[in-house]
Design a protein around this ligand. Sequence first.
Ligand code: NAD
Ligand code: UFG
Length: 331
Amino acid sequence: MNILVTGGAGYIGSHTCIALVKAGHSVIIADNLSNSKSKTVMKIMDIVEEGVNFHKIDVTEEVAVEMIFRNYNIDGVIHFAGLKAAGESVEKPIEYYYNNLVSTMVLTKVCQKYGVNRFVFSSSATVYGDNNVPFVENMELLPTTNPYGETKAMSERILTDIANANPLFSVALLRYFNPVGAHESGLIGESPNGIPNNLMPYVTQVAKGKLETLRVFGNDYPTVDGTGVRDYIHVLDLAEGHVAALVNLTKGVHVYNLGTGKGTSVLELVNAFELANGVGIPYEIVERRHGDIASCYADATKAKRELGWVAKRDLITMCRDAWRFEKNYKE
Ligand code: NAD
Ligand code: UFG
C-alpha cells in the first residue's frame, strides 16, 4: 500500500516508516519539521536502504495536503503529526487545539474527497484520565488535566462521527502508553528540544552527563515503591503495532491499547537502565509533579486477540537501545 505518514520525521513516525517499508509498503512522509529534522528522513532511507518520499508541508493546510493526494495513489493515512507536550499545552491552548484538531479535520476531509478510507490515528493513554488500572478500551473516558489530552479525546470523537456517517470509512484509534527506546542501529531515536519532560530521555541525558541528577517526582504514591508506575513500550513494538492495525483494519471504528500490559515504577526503570548499561543514575526524590497519576498501564489483550500483535521487546532492550542512541547523538 501507499501510506501517507503525517509527522513521519518525528520520533514514533520515523520508526513506523521503517516498519512499514520492512513490511513492503511505500511511504510518503508529510511533516512541517516543527519538532523534527530533515536529516531523520535521510537516516530512515539509510536504514531501509531505499527511498522514501518526503514533503515538508503543514497538514493543517488543505491545499498542501490535497496536492499529495493528487500526486500519489494513497491507500491509507497514519496521522502522527501533532503537538505533544502536555505541560506546554496548558500555556498554549490555542496552538494545541488548532494544530491537533484542524490537522485531523483537513486530513479526513481530503480522504473523503479522494475515497481514502483507511485511517490510523495516534491517540494516547491520557484519555483514560484517572480510571483504575489496567486501562481497558471500553472504559468511559475521563477528563484529562490539559488541552493536549482533550485534543486526543476530541479527535477520537471526530473520527468516530465520520465513521458513523460514512460506512466505508475504517479507523483505528491507537492509544499509546509510554514509548521509549530507539532503533537498534542507534541512528534514530528521541531527541527532545531543551530539557526533557519525559523520564527516559531525562535518564539518558543524566547518563551522558548533560544533566546532573534525575528528579524523581514523588515516592508516596500507592505503588510498589511509592514512585509512579507506567507501561513503557519499545518504540519499534509500537511501530509494528501500527502496521498490524493498518493491515487488519476493517470498516468502522476500532480502538486499541498499544502497551505491554506491564507496569514499571520510576525506580525500577532506573535500576533496569543501570543494569542494562552499566552506568549509574544519581537521583533525588522531589515533590510530586502536578497532573501526574499514580499508575498507568494497559490491558493489551484486545490488540493481541484482534491484530495478533504483542509487544516483544523487554525493559532491558528499551534501556539499551535508548542509551545507544543518546551516546551517538549529536545536536
Ligand atoms: P514528535 O513531536 O516526535 O512527532 C510529531 C511530528 O509531527 C514532528 O515531526 C512534527 O514536526 C510534526 N508536526 C507537528 N505538527 C505538524 C503539522 N501541523 N503539520 C505537519 N507536521 C507536523 O512526537 P511523537 O512522540 O513521535 O508523537 C507522535 C504522535 O503520537 C503525536 O500525535 C503524539 O501526540 C502521539 N503520542 C505520543 C506519545 C509519546 O509519549 N511520545 C504518547 C501518546 C501519543
Ligand atoms: N518522572 C520523574 N522524573 C522526570 C520525568 C518523569 O520522576 O524527570 C516520572 C513521572 O512522574 C511519571 C513517570 O516518570 O511517574 C513517567 O513520566 P513521563 O513524563 O515520562 O510520562 P507520562 O506518563 O507523564 O506521560 C507520557 C506522555 C504523555 C502521554 C502519556 C501516555 O508525556 O503525553 O505518557 O501514557 F499522554
